[in-house]
Design a protein around this ligand. Structure first.
Ligand SMILES: Cc1cc2nc3c(=O)[nH]c(=O)nc-3n(C[C@H](O)[C@H](O)[C@H](O)COP(=O)(O)OP(=O)(O)OC[C@H]3O[C@@H](n4cnc5c(N)ncnc54)[C@H](O)[C@@H]3O)c2cc1C
Length: 262
């Protein structure tokens, strides 16, 4: 079974800072990590390989330092890693990112299942997985909490706001995963880390992919970021603590009346 996992290197913080002049993320001085949901996707891939055999390849599109993220994935047990990196990819929005990832997946060929985290903790759009499926013209299942494979069919449990859905899809397919799939992805082993440190990670540039230049990077990105801001914190509410419900309700009614709500 050929399994591809797309991983993104993200800043190690959920409090991303934005450059007000360019409306882009400030990455300087913030340590980077593998996007946590992508580690759940990799753990799922490694478990699928253990159950059904095959190969796990991790792909990342990003600057040269994204190799560190790929090395961590190799240390966890991935068989191969490829960095997709080129100045031509700079300024990519999710459409251009997914187009580029899809081109790399096509170049790999014969992929049975392509795994993504449900979302990246910096961009947070959750668009890249589904958009990649559209570019590839394959089925997609999002928010997977369990994946089983039988022949060329995957049986996937997905979490929705109403509960769980069980979906069967014919492979190849794109699957985006949530944390409950495996909660604690494995740690890199010492042997794996040594192997990863020695590994040469191939870098694919735009010239290595079959792509239309106008669909890459800033040129291929229709998204316009007009403003990015942190919403003001909500002011703390009023806590009513009384010995009995009757007293609490009486005080609540008094406060609502004073505020002219009732
Ligand atoms: C106009 C514009 C310009 C931008 N310019 C830049 C830029 O110059 N440099 C820059 O770094 N970002 C840039 N970004 C941000 C970039 O588009 C997003 O970070 C990227 O498309 C992923 O979107 P996301 O973070 O919302 O990921 P999500 O869609 O939330 O990610 C879902 C999953 O997709 C996979 N994934 C996402 N991104 C990648 C990736 N790069 N490689 C492999 N797998 C991935 C992971 O599995 C992840 O869990 C720009 C965004 C916009 C709107």
């Amino acid at each position: 079974m050929e399994i591809v996992v797309c991983v993104k290197q993200v800043p190690d913080t959920t409090e991303v800072k934005i450059d007000p002049a360019t409306n882009t993320l400030i990455r300087q001085g913030v340590p980077s990590i593998v996007n946590p949901f992508d580690k759940n996707a990799l753990e799922a891939a490694l478990q699928l390989k253990e159950a059904y055999g095959g190969k796990v390849t991790v792909l990342s599109m990003g600057p040269p330092q994204a190799k560190d993220a790929l090395k961590e994935c190799l240390a966890m047990g991935a068989d191969a890693a490829i960095l997709i990196s080129d100045r031509a990819f700079g300024g990519s929005d999710t459409l251009a990112t997914s187009y580029t990832l899809a081109s790399a997946i096509r170049k790999l060929g014969n992929c049975d299942i392509i795994l993504f985290g449900k979302q990246a903790i910096d961009g947070d759009t959750a668009q890249v997985g589904p958009e990649t499926a559209e570019h590839l013209g394959v089925a997609q299942v999002t928010y997977a909490s369990r994946i089983e494979v039988s022949g060329d069919v995957a049986r996937i449990e997905r979490e929705s706001e109403e509960g769980y859905e069980i979906i069967e899809v014919k492979l190849p397919a794109v699957v985006t995963v949530i944390k409950t799939l495996n909660y604690e992805p494995r740690y890199p082993s010492v042997k794996g880390t040594m192997k990863a440190n020695r590994a040469e990670i191939p870098v694919w540039t735009a010239a290595d992919l079959t792509v239309e230049e106008g669909r890459l990077g800033l040129k291929g990105s229709p998204t316009q970021v007009r403003n990015i801001f942190t919403p003001p914190r909500r002011v703390q509410g009023v806590i009513i603590a009384r010995d009995t419900a009757r007293e609490a309700v009486a005080e609540l009614l008094q406060k609502l009346t004073e505020a002219k709500i009732v």
